[in-house]
Design a protein around this ligand. Sequence first.
Ligand SMILES: Nc1ncnc2c1ncn2[C@@H]1O[C@H](COP(=O)(O)OP(=O)(O)OP(=O)(O)O)[C@@H](O)[C@H]1O
Length: 203
Amino acid sequence: MKQLTLHKAGKKYSKEWIFRDLSYTFTVGKPVAITGPNGAGKSTLVKAISGVIPLNEGKIEYDDLPEDVWHKYLGISAPYLELIEEFTLKESVDFHQKFRPLISGMSTLDFLEKLNLEKHSNKFIRDFSSGMKQKLKLGFAFFSENEVLILDEPTANIDHKGYEWYMEEVQKLLPHKIVLISSNEPKEYTFCQDTLSILDFKV
Ligand SMILES: Nc1ncnc2c1ncn2[C@@H]1O[C@H](COP(=O)(O)OP(=O)(O)OP(=O)(O)O)[C@@H](O)[C@H]1O
């Protein structure tokens, strides 16, 4: 997939437009930071781009792919995506692979080692710290087959070592994917030369 395009996109809740008349093209190799203060509409925009919520105006195009296959191209890490608390880590990774394969040649053990979580493979997700959960969400997005990476608040809850891991891994993927980072924390998108500020698309 080469391009993801918004044409005059608009989303409102009751009478309030969260964004309107938003036209933008995201391309492979040009990561974009979606910025704006708390409540501006960053998550609303990435949910619309992910096909999770509908637009009120305009349209979104993933090359010329039909909407019902978009999800196959997406890797998403976001605060509102829940992990299954009743699974152990290993069960979680096995379950994930039933609908989304890990990148070619990566085994479950390789995945756990890549996240430095192999010691915790039999621990229940409900007993994970918030930083461990965040790392697992990022890992699923980074190391699964996908072409569009949407990262909403990617380094929330993770420590300095986790941040360095994030920066190293995400930058390896930039040349190959369409990458969107929704954030109000500049250090998590230092590699983005382009910024889409939601406040520019208020009515
Ligand atoms: N389901 C909903 N129904 C009504 N209003 C909503 C809904 N979801 C979000 N909103 C409103 O849309 C606006 C944008 O919220 P959103 O979560 O997209 O902001 P954000 O920029 O991601 O904020 P933050 O930086 O705090 O995560 C807020 O005013 C929020 O209350």
